[in-house]
Write a protein of this length. Structure first.
Length: 225
């Protein structure tokens, strides 16, 4: 492991360790299947093994890593079964979030969605850095959940958010052109529909947006032997 990881700030060291390792996973520093060794992480992050252990437990709860008594902790591999389960759940949650946000969103929150679409457009124009586009994509959906104003719905989203982020990164790995060609238009359409009175179309398009992502990812994953 390289020394690229920054030292943890003294904030709440287990949370800080989780944040730094999560960011390293999303950046590709730890690819799917990579081992996450407590001793090495503690040295690189400048924290105790206990803080690293708690941080990894948090990431395991988020579904980003897997571990066990007799095997080390590793970054999850994206399987077709995982994708089917997560995207099916996400489709239901996104539909509810969008239709709820349509009734509850403020003008400021809707403008925030427009700004994120504008940032996506600018990123595409500058070459389209895939991790940056995915981060903007996730931020867009964060904003919809925030606009919905339903705490339990937001908690359900947060339970799968890290997996969705990782799966979207895997999606752009296997089908970047498909993602790049659709990311701006699909999010602009959702932002526009949130302002309209057409709740049925909004609900349908929210689900279709997730289904498009699911199909794109599955088409690029290796088939099971």
């Amino acid at each position: 492991m390289s020394s690229a990881l920054p030292k943890a700030a003294r904030r709440g060291l287990a949370d800080e360790a989780a944040d730094l390792v999560r960011a390293a996973i999303f950046s590709g520093h730890f690819p799917p299947g990579a081992p996450l060794r407590e001793v090495e992480l503690a040295q690189r992050l400048g924290v105790s093994r206990g803080s690293v252990r708690e941080g990894l437990a948090q990431l395991e709860h988020e579904g980003l890593v897997r571990g066990g008594w007799h095997r080390g902790t590793t970054v999850i591999r994206v399987t077709a079964e995982d994708a089917q389960e997560v995207y099916a759940l996400r489709a239901a949650l996104d539909r509810l979030a969008a239709t709820t946000a349509r009734r509850a969103a403020t003008a400021e929150q809707l403008c925030a969605l427009d700004r994120l679409v504008a940032e996506m457009t600018a990123e595409i124009a500058e070459g389209g850095d895939a991790p940056r586009l995915v981060a903007l994509d996730i931020a867009f959906h964060d904003q919809i959940y925030a606009a919905a104003g339903n705490g339990r719905l937001t908690s359900a989203w947060e339970a799968i958010r890290s997996q969705v982020h990782l799966f979207q990164l895997r999606r752009v790995d296997v089908a970047y052109d498909h993602y790049r060609a659709r990311v701006v238009d699909e999010h602009r359409e959702l932002a526009d529909l949130l302002r309209s009175g057409d709740i049925r179309t909004l609900a349908r398009r929210a689900e279709e947006h997730v289904e498009s992502a699911r199909r794109s990812l599955l088409a690029g994953l290796p088939t099971a032997p």
